[in-house]
Design a protein around this ligand. Structure first.
Ligand code: EPS
Length: 397
């Protein structure tokens, strides 16, 4: 079964992703992954770190002659900033430092930031320097997720599935969703500095980011992820842990700073009557992915009973404002227990555009997993044949 894990600290030497379970025969180049890594690095409102890094993957295993071979795919993305942090992040003990009687290394963090993993992590892992926590809690880790997601995305594209996202809200400013969504949502959104499809809203969002920056503050926002080309019946209604909506929500909620996931019209459905919410069903001629049946609306966001309906899958993801503030909030100095202001580390004003790309990557993983769960296959040929057989079965009903 498809699975992945990541390793690496924000200012350590590298980030690593290992993806296991991809079928053999998937065409894959490092540039397929680099393209996604570059998309994650864009977006107005990022800090200086994004000028230091130029993320590029090195494929260490699982790929040969431009194709996957079925074995675990190991990927490494080196941190350019490591050169500036070597001394601080060095795995070996610092003998001089220990001799000085100060148990904490330079650039230690002892004033935890409200909203960050700092405090809970220090207490749980019994660390006196929050850097032991924040280096891993940093959203830098999502680079490795996007690398794993890029392989899944490639697999999905071979099976006719596309994934895109765009920003629909930033700091309380709403972007209008175009009446007709572009065919390639990801490319259309990438043309915007904030990955939004509403240029008027984008201009106001940029002003808001500039104002927040001046005030030492940060802003959050919401992205919408849209997946097309999925057949009806991924996931299952039979058990809680096989429901695809739950699996999608868990994957997206695990993205740093994400506080909410909404499927289709989500929270709004709770305020309306059933007759205003449920998507009416009609025969649709030739539409094999959904068994020649369609819906007049798609408020369910392409998921009913924990299964795909064959309509586009639409999910919104809410990100809170970044918790590193240049005008920091109140906290406690952990060395003394006294009142203090939180540490003000270099950071971003917003990373909502990047979050959309990360959400695409996580979605790609969950959907590739669900496709392989249903269609199996040790080679892409086998997976495709199984998918084609299912579509023929749906078409013949
Ligand atoms: C982050 C803080 C900033 C961000 C970082 C996430 O990094 P630094 O502390 O080095 O300035 O730029 O995001 C990335 C490095 C990235 O690649 O997305 C944090 O504290 O979460």
């Amino acid at each position: 079964m498809l699975r992945f894990t990541t390793a690496g600290e924000s200012h350590g030497p590298a980030l690593i992703a290992i993806l296991e379970g991809a079928p053999a025969g998937l065409p894959l180049l490092a540039s397929d992954i680099d393209e996604q890594l570059a998309r994650r690095q864009q977006g107005y409102g990022r800090g200086r770190r994004m000028q230091i890094e130029k993320d590029a993957v090195e494929l260490l295993s699982g790929v040969r002659d431009g194709q996957t071979i079925g074995s675990p795919i190991a990927m490494v993305i080196r941190n350019r900033d490591w050169e500036n942090w070597r001394e601080i992040m060095d795995p070996a003990p610092d003998v001089e430092q220990a001799a000085s009687g100060n148990p904490l290394r330079n650039r230690s963090v002892t004033r935890p930031r409200p909203g960050h993993a700092d405090l809970s992590g220090m207490l749980k892992y019994d660390r006196h320097d929050a850097r032991d926590i924040l280096e891993r809690a940093s959203a830098r880790e999502t680079t490795a997720r996007v690398a794993a997601g890029a392989v899944c995305r490639k697999l999905l594209s071979e099976l006719g599935v596309s994934i895109g996202s765009h920003i629909v809200e930033l700091g309380g400013i709403t972007a209008e969703t175009p009446a007709a969504m572009p065919d390639d949502i990801a490319t259309a959104a990438d043309a915007s500095l904030l990955r939004t499809l509403d240029p008027a809203a984008e201009a106001r969002m940029i002003e808001l980011i500039d104002a927040a920056k001046k005030e030492g503050d940060t802003v959050g926002g919401v992205c919408e992820v849209v997946c097309r080309g999925l057949p009806v019946g991924l996931g299952s209604h039979v058990s809680w842990d096989r429901k695809l909506d739950g699996r999608i929500a868990a994957a997206l909620m695990s993205i740093p700073a994400v506080k909410g996931v909404e499927i289709g019209t989500g929270f709004d459905t709770a305020r309306r009557r059933g007759s205003e919410v449920h998507d009416e069903i009609h025969s649709a001629g030739v539409r094999p992915l959904s068994g020649n049946i369609a819906r007049r609306t798609n408020r369910a966001g392409g998921l009913e009973g924990g299964m795909t309906t064959g309509e586009p899958l639409t999910v919104r993801v809410a990100m809170k404002p970044i918790s590193t503030l240049m005008r920091p909030l109140a906290t406690v100095e952990m060395k003394t227990g006294e009142a203090a202001t939180a540490v003000a580390e270099r950071s971003d004003v917003t990373a909502v555009p990047a979050m959309g790309v990360i959400a695409e990557g996580m979605m790609a993983f969950v959907l590739a997993h669900a496709m392989l769960e249903k269609f199996g296959g040790d080679s892409m040929k086998e997976t495709k044949r199984n998918l084609d057989g299912y579509i023929a079965q749906l078409s013949a009903r």
